[in-house]
Write a protein that binds this ligand. Structure first.
Ligand code: ATP
Ligand code: MG
Length: 406
């Protein structure tokens, strides 16, 4: 089993070697648990270094930090230490814990527990495998290895989705990421939990957090589409149709331009045709981003009509100037591929006039910037000859100044 470690990138292998060395000195017994064991067994390359101990988490964390000249941060409510040092991945060291759900959807009460307790409290069998870092022995009390072979996501007990409905989002996200399916009974439990209103017991903030995690996935469109189809997003947005193609368009746009605000764009795609700021409650979107979501979701069709009616670059630029980069990107994606309108607008944004306010010999004020902008547009669109730029700008500045003083 330890053999699998040799597939890891160097810094991660070193982190695990250090955990092993320091544990030998301090007589600790660390287990790699959860996501990293799953990913190791699936040969997925990079893993998070998450280790759990029944005893001695703080001893190991401090000794390790000392050894690598790193830093320890403690998160007592999660019985967790995070050790960081340059050149090494962050190492999470946690005390094995037992959890009890006092009420559906509420956060669990946590107490220290045995390794087995810690595995049994987890979401899915494939996330409930531990690997003894010292001996390489595997602990798999819930049949996770068999589910890995069968490529199935399976919850550990009947109440799992009711206890913690965010697992609905986790199950779909993980299944899509790994190309797994939901175990049939798990699928039934999920449907029953959704229909039974389990998600209404969780705060909107927590649901949005899960939704944003879905948007981070490599195939976010597939995850979001599956979430929408399952009914899991109804608790936020009510019942709606979300065609997969609309999410795919966004995914392609983001792949082309990583600067775009993916959360804004995916949310707009989910709310397409009918968005209100109320739909965004709990999202934490700033006012500006929320406006952007609503604009894209609601105004795209009208935007397209206005654009179709525009007959000159100048008219089209008027329309584009009011749009966010995200809106522009979606517009570009909905236009026929050979239509150069948006590209032309981007060229225009970059275009430099080579004329400054001082060149106009007009008293200063806001009319100068306006006149220069108008001139830049006129030269770019061919309305006037570049040689006339200065005279034109001066005329415009005087005209605007005149208007201002009226
Ligand atoms: P990722 O690659 O996205 O980090 P992961 O499985 O490591 O996947 P984390 O969110 O990092 O997911 O959680 C670490 C582990 O904690 C999981 O593997 C799982 O065992 C456990 N876990 C996380 N969230 C829950 C939950 N809501 N209920 C039960 N166990 C959970
Ligand atoms: Mg993880």
């Amino acid at each position: 089993m330890i053999r699998l470690f040799s597939e890891l990138p160097n810094p991660q292998r070193r982190a695990l070697d250090l955990v092993r060395e320091v544990s030998a000195e301090k007589q600790c017994r660390p287990y790699l648990v959860g996501g990293p064991v799953r990913d190791l067994l699936l040969h997925r390359g990079v893993i998070d270094v998450d280790v759990t101990l029944e005893d001695g988490a703080s001893t190991l964390a401090r000794a390790l930090a000392k050894r690598i000249d790193g830093r320890v941060r403690s998160f007592p409510q999660f019985l967790t230490y995070k050790v960081t040092a340059p050149q090494l991945p962050e190492i999470d060291i946690t005390t094995a814990r037992k959890e009890r759900y006092r009420a559906p959807g509420a956060l669990p009460t946590v107490t220290a527990g045995r390794l087995k307790d810690d595995l049994l409290r987890r979401d899915f069998s494939i996330n409930a495998i531990a690997l003894d870092v010292m001996s390489g022995e595997v602990h798999d009390p819930t049949g996770g290895e068999s589910d890995l072979r069968n490529r199935a996501v399976r919850v550990l007990h009947e109440e799992s989705f009711v206890d913690d409905p965010t697992r609905i989002f986790r199950a779909i996200r993980l299944a899509k990421r790994l190309g797994f399916t939901l175990d049939p009974h798990t699928g039934e439990l999920m449907r029953a939990a959704i229909l039974g209103g389990a998600l209404a017991t969780v705060s909107k903030e927590r649901i949005w957090r899960e939704l944003f995690l879905a948007m981070e996935e490599e195939d976010a469109a597939a995850v979001l589409s599956a979430l929408a189809d399952s009914g899991a997003t109804e608790v936020l947005f009510g019942r709606r149709e979300t065609p997969r193609s609309r999410l795919d368009v966004v995914q392609r746009q983001i792949a082309n331009d990583p600067e775009l605000d993916r959360e804004v764009m995916y949310t707009a795609a989910l709310l397409y045709g009918n968005a209100s700021p109320l739909d965004l409650e709990g999202s934490g979107f700033s006012q500006k981003r929320a406006r952007n979501v609503v604009q894209i979701a609601n105004e795209l069709p009208r935007f397209g009509d206005a654009l179709a009616e525009a007959t000159s670059d100048r008219q089209r630029f008027r329309i584009f100037k009011h749009a966010s980069p995200e809106m522009l990107s979606v517009v570009a994606a909905t236009l026929p591929e050979e239509t150069p309108h948006v590209a032309r607008f981007h060229e225009y944004l970059e275009f430099e006039l080579g004329l400054r306010g001082n060149d106009l010999e007009v008293p200063g004020g806001p009319h100068i910037a306006k006149a220069l902008e108008r001139t830049r547009e006129a030269v770019f669109t061919g309305e006037i000859d570049p040689a006339q730029a200065r005279i034109f700008a001066r005329e415009m500045a005087i005209k605007y100044l005149d208007r201002e003083s009226k």
